[in-house]
Structure formats: C-alpha cells, structure tokens
Design a protein around this ligand. Structure first.
Ligand code: PMP
Length: 479
C-alpha cells in the first residue's frame, strides 16, 4: 500500500534512494515521538469549549489511495498529511478528533473563523430560499453586498464586479485596464503571485509558480524586497526600475501596474516604504492604471488598515479581492471607478456564478462580523503581540533570519547562515512537520520556499499566540 500511496507524490518529496521521504528520516522519528503518548511537557493548546461530532467517514490511508488514483498528482507540504474533518473558528480537527491551531487558514479561506455561526446561518438561509446565476435577474443580496463593499473603499472606487476567485478577479482587472487604456503592456513585480490562468500566470513572476505560459507585453520589475533587495527599505530606489521598463521596454505608454501591498505567496514581504507612491506616479504619467491585488492583505488583516494599499498611502484605480471575502465560500471581486467600469459596457462581460446570491450573502455577513467582533482591532493587537514574541524568538534561534509583516499577516524567514541569508529549505520542512504534530498548522512560501506564513483567522487570541510561539520554539530547539 505504501507504494500506491506515495506513487503520486512529486519526486521532490521522495528520497534519493527511492524510499519515500528518506531526507526527512530524522524529522519522521521526531514526529513519532511528538505525536505519540510520550509528549508530557510539551506546550498545551488553550482550552476551547467545542467538541466536534463523531467522525465515521473514510480514514487517511483510504483517501490517499483514492487521491492517487483519481486526483491530480500534486504534492503536499506535510509528509504526514492531515485528514481534516471539522473546523471551528481558529481550530481544525482531524479524523481522531485531535485539535489543531490553524494559523494559516485565515488567508487560505476563512477570515473570521471556520464555520462562523453567523456566516453559516446566512448561507443556509439564502440557499434554502434561492440560488441562481448572478447575471440573469435581480436579487437584493448581490446589490446589498456591492453597496457594503463600496462603502469600505476610498475615493471614487464604487463599482463592483463579482467573480468566483482571485485569479478571475485579476484577469478581469487586467482586461479592464487594457480596454480602458488601449494599451497592452503590464508591469508586475518579481516574486508576486496573481493567479493561475494565462494572463495572471504571466503576471505572476514566481519561479515555482511560473509555467512557461508566454504572455506578450508583461514586464517583471525588481522586487522591493526589504530583506534581500539591493536597496533595503529604500522604496523609491527600486521604483526607478519601473520607469526604466517603461522607457526602454514599451512604447512609453502602459496599460497597468499590478501588485500586492504585502506579497503573500512570495513570503509575506511588505513592499519597501515609498515604493508604491513613486510607482503609482510613474504609471499615471505613462497613462496606465494601478491595480492593487488585495486577495491576501485585504479585509482588515493588516490591523492598521482595512486594505493593504492604505498602509502605503496610495489609492489604486482598481482593487481586486478574493479568499477571505466569503469566509470559505468561493467569491472574488473587482472594484473600480464608474469611469473605468464603463469600458465593460462596450463589451459583454458574462460570469455565470460570479457573485451569486449565496456567495454575496456570505460576503456581506463577513463584513458584518468583522465590524461586530472588532476583528481589525484584534488583528492589530494580537498581531503586535505575536510580532514581539517572534522577534524575541529570533534572538534565541539563529535560524530565524527575519520576522516581518503587519497585523495577522506575518512572515518568518529561515536561513542556515544569517550573514549569507542562505535559505533554510530543508529545515523549514522539518520544523513545519514537528509543529503540525504538536498541534500548530502554519503556511510556507517565499521565492526559496523558506518563509513561514502566519496568517490565522482574525479571531486569533493572545493565548493562541503563546501556544504557537512555544511550539515553534520547541520545534526549532529540536533541529
Ligand atoms: N492574488 C493573490 C495575492 C493570491 O495570493 C492568490 C491566491 N494565492 C490569487 C491572487 C489567486 O486567487 P485564487 O486562488 O482564488 O484564484
């Protein structure tokens, strides 16, 4: 059965001698101890008053076999993958009822907590009443959410187009910019991630994500990376590259510049201060539109602001969003000005499910919950607490090269040599696995895959933070 289970894992996750994961043998042994009974003295999860219903569905091995036969041959970051069967707020439960702190899922899906009762109730009520295509008839849920979303936007950003995902939102934003300006050229930043369709894949300049999908007219600017970049935190110096691309790589006119405010997949890297204001000016001078991809940094996550771009003091022409917007329900959106939105009336933009009544009802409920539960404030308070604790941990463990981010969007970059900033690629997998066994789930990203991404649901508490940092400390001490 082992052969069958591991057959579909990519060669990266197999050992050189053919045995699965031999490179992680040490981690495996450690994991056995941590997940076993002999775990006295390890950090304890904060108490939580919820027990998931009993689970009698398929178990891990059975699901893995099915996946190997019927699903795509993708690999996972964990060697011992979890079968997640329940979720409640910031916690997940496996097939044995073991509880895990989900310090990553806030970005992947749920901004205000797994199965948030208020959001679930709204979804159930709406689907009992009517679910339909977005574009054929009127429904108040769609218009109500558009109005509520527009009210969270600065300036004249008032017109909303709904989509099913972040990829679709960015594809639409790029198309709008091209139609509006009559130009084709796009500039994105190296190490960005914007989606998995042809246009967005072209704009995504991340080595591991970039397939050889040729996109004409897409230029990748130097990344204003505050940790590894040549100019450190001097944003304006990096911004000159954008002007040079326009001067030497285009006709002098441009359709759009697209960027995240804090690169998510790229390893939670906030663009160097001063970069965006300088680039936005350059792009405007070249007749282009500025697109802010808020798929990860939006919806109060940064704590200081509701949108990531606000932390840079700029106002984009187009804003895109997805992921947390629906708290687990697939929906994305593009928000722009009435003048720019008008270009789509010259064409027929049709999207069957983008922003249907169920998804928009969910999105509206998410906005209400963020407000009611003061989740932006929580992101700010708990985020600073977490940042302080991680910085202290950095003093203890040489392997932590950098701790960065805003609110509950935090990156921890691991290096095997602080001076050389050598990416600790193998070590990160080991630590990730150990942390999972001790009950903490976090993400991984960055150009070299050596950055922890800590992006929990916004209901994360200080007690959760203590647990996470203690567990990370134990895992790092075992290296
Ligand atoms: N933009 C950013 C910043 C993202 O992180 C992602 C997803 N990782 C996307 C766009 C694409 O979103 P989706 O996966 O919903 O298509």
């Amino acid at each position: 059965m082992q052969r069958a289970v591991f057959r579909w894992l990519s060669p990266l996750r197999r050992g050189k001698n053919g045995s699965p994961f031999s490179g992680l043998a040490a981690a495996q042994a450690e994991v056995e101890t941590l997940s076993g009974k002999n775990n006295a003295g390890l950090p304890k999860l904060p108490p939580f008053d919820y027990s998931p219903p009993p689970y009698d569905g398929a178990r891990t091995a059975e699901i893995l076999l099915k996946r190997s036969e019927f699903l795509s041959p993708l690999s996972y970051i964990y060697t011992r993958i979890l079968n997640v069967v329940d979720g409640k707020m910031q916690y997940l439960y496996d097939e044995d009822g073991k509880r895990y702190l989900d310090a990553f899922g806030g970005i992947a899906t749920v901004c205000c907590g797994h199965c948030h009762p208020e959001v679930v109730e709204v979804i159930v009520n709406q689907i009992k009443r009517i679910q339909h295509s977005t574009v054929l008839y009127l429904n108040h849920a769609i218009a109500d959410f558009a109005e509520a979303l527009a009210s969270k936007m600065p300036g004249d950003l008032k017109v909303v187009f709904f989509t099913n995902s972040g990829t679709e939102a960015n594809e639409l934003a790029l198309m709008i910019a091209r139609l509006y300006t009559g130009c084709h050229d796009i500039i994105s930043i190296r190490n960005a991630y914007h989606g998995n369709a042809a246009g967005t894949m072209g704009a995504t300049a991340q080595s591991i994500w970039k397939y050889n999908v040729i996109q004409s007219g897409v230029h990748h600017a130097v990344n204003p990376d505050q940790y590894r970049g040549a100019f450190g935190s001097e944003g304006e110096k990096y911004a000159k590259d954008v002007q040079e691309i326009i001067d030497f790589g285009t006709s002098g006119r441009i359709a759009a510049f697209i960027s995240e405010a804090i690169q998510g997949v790229g390893g939670i890297m906030e663009l160097a201060p001063g970069y965006l204001p300088a680039v936005y000016k350059t792009i405007k001078n070249a007749g282009g539109l500025c697109i802010a991809d808020e798929v990860q940094s939006g919806f109060a996550r940064t704590g200081s602001h509701f949108w990531g771009f606000e932390g840079h003091g700029v106002i984009p022409d187009i804003v895109t969003m997805a992921k947390g917007i629906g708290n687990g329900i697939p929906i994305g959106a593009v928000v722009t000005t009435p003048e720019i939105a008008e270009v789509l009336t010259r064409r027929n933009y049709f999207n069957t499910f983008g922003g249907n009544p169920v998804c928009t009802a969910a999105g509206h409920a998410v906005l209400r919950v963020i407000e009611k539960e003061k989740l932006q404030k929580n992101a700010s308070v708990v985020g600073s607490y977490l940042m302080d604790k991680l910085k202290k941990l950095q003093e203890k463990h040489e392997i932590i090269g950098d701790v960065r981010g805003r609110g509950l969007m935090i990156g921890v970059e691991l290096v095997s040599d602080r001076q050389e900033k050598t990416p600790a690629k193998a070590e990160i997998l080991h630590i990730l696995e150990l942390m999972k066994e001790m009950g903490v789930l976090i993400g991984k990203g960055g150009y070299y895959g050596n950055v922890f991404r800590i992006t929990p649901p916004l209901c994360f508490t200080k007690e959760d933070t203590d647990f996470l940092v203690d567990v990370m400390d134990v895992a790092m001490s075992k290296l």
